[in-house]
Design a protein around this ligand. Structure first.
Ligand code: SF4
Length: 380
């Protein structure tokens, strides 16, 4: 009897240099194989005309490597063998293949004279406003008024030196958009209490924590029932341990540890930050996550930073997109979509483009740019 062989639609698979990987997005189960027969079978399934199903003779399905592979696939609910005589015609299978931004789509837009940029500002989700003493608050507020409603507004900086700051707080206070203040511990303590209630706080804590200041902030946040998150910036394992001590001592629920590259702590990164195969596969990854990794940079997409002099960036490590004194938000976003390096920075370059885990790996982060490597792992 011959069989139809197929992989389930929730199973992501990849074949590179004769090696194969299958990942079950429902329960995180993995199958890896070095067998050429398995690689050829999976490649055949991927051919468009096969519609996700290939015919296997009984003899073929019982051969060494394939027999073992098919048995594991069935045991892990990742695919199936179906007797050919059970179906009148060849069945088809949906596969998790990303083809959203293909040349065909752009051609289709052109053919029907539809601009792919029709709702360009729908791509924008977050604005980061960087403040210092040179910022023109009145112009900045005018710019904020020109943005689509309900973008997330993030305010970052050294507030104490900013002229006419209350003008900005008044505007933000009246706005219904979600608002975050990203500031150091010192800045937080100095903020005007009148405005403190309407913001979500992301408080940056650097290594040598001033315990008195930290106590004051914890006390204040809990008494005032404010929404907040502490971000512990760490540059070594000692700082990391210290941050964990503080987190457990104060029972802090909302927090994260953020490794910072200083130019001199590559050993810390190699030992504690670089990804291993186990790190990648131990994180639950959905089909949607895999599609996101294939299409956009999940850290940068939708975000625009405005510097105190009006310069606009999608990522401050990449070239400037425009200036709010000269360009509209529409022009800034369009420039990123057309020529930008940030929103679509994905793992499509060496060595990641030739890696079995290419789309299971999270998007490249700023650490990759700062360290000057496109992969922070020892897998490649
Ligand atoms: S080479 Fe790239 S894709 Fe592969 S594991 Fe390393 S970082 Fe991830």
């Amino acid at each position: 009897m011959d069989y139809w062989f197929t992989i389930e639609p929730y199973v992501y698979f990849n074949v590179v240099n004769g090696k194969s990987l299958l990942y079950n997005t429902l329960d995180g189960a993995v199958i890896e194989s070095d067998s050429i027969e398995v690689a050829l079978l999976l490649q055949k399934i991927r051919i468009k005309e096969n519609c996700g199903v290939v015919k296997l003779s009984n003899e073929c399905s019982q051969k060494g490597d394939l027999k073992e592979f098919i048995s594991e696939v069935r045991k892990k609910y990742m695919g199936d063998l179906i007797a050919v005589n059970l179906s009148k015609w060849k069945p088809v299978q949906v596969m998790p293949i990303f083809n959203y931004i293909s040349n065909n789509t752009v051609e289709l837009y052109k053919k029907h004279s539809i601009t792919p940029y029709k709702n360009i500002l729908n791509n924008l989700t977050d604005i980061y406003i960087h403040l210092n003493k040179n910022v023109d608050i009145e112009y900045l507020v005018l710019f904020l008024q020109s943005l689509p409603e309900n973008l997330i507004i993030n305010i970052i900086g050294n507030f104490d030196s900013v002229p006419k700051l209350d003008f900005l707080w008044d505007f933000l206070n009246a706005s219904s958009a979600p608002k975050n203040i990203i500031c150091s511990l010192e800045e937080f303590v100095l903020l005007n209490p009148v405005y403190k209630r309407n913001f979500y706080y992301r408080i940056l804590v650097d290594n040598f924590v001033d315990v008195k200041l930290f106590n004051t902030s914890v006390l204040y946040l809990s008494q005032q029932l404010l929404s907040f998150e502490y971000i512990f910036n760490v540059t070594s394992i000692e700082e990391c341990n210290k941050a964990e001590e503080i987190i457990s001592q104060y029972g802090i629920q909302n927090c994260c540890i953020n490794p910072i590259y200083t130019g001199e702590n590559i050993l810390f990164f190699e030992k504690y930050v670089y990804l291993s195969k186990e790190d990648i596969l131990s994180t639950k990854i959905s089909v949607k996550d895999i599609f996101s990794n294939q299409s956009i940079n999940v850290y940068d997409f939708g975000k625009i930073h405005i510097m105190p002099n009006g310069d606009a960036y999608a990522n401050v490590n990449h070239p400037i997109l425009g200036n709010i004194y000269r360009d509209s938000i529409y022009e800034i976003v369009q420039k990123e979509l057309d020529e930008g390096k940030s929103w679509f920075r994905i793992r499509n370059e060496a060595p990641c483009h030739n890696c079995l885990y290419q789309w299971l790996c999270p998007s490249p982060s700023d650490c990759e740019i700062q360290i000057g490597r496109s992969n922070l792992c020892f897998i490649k």
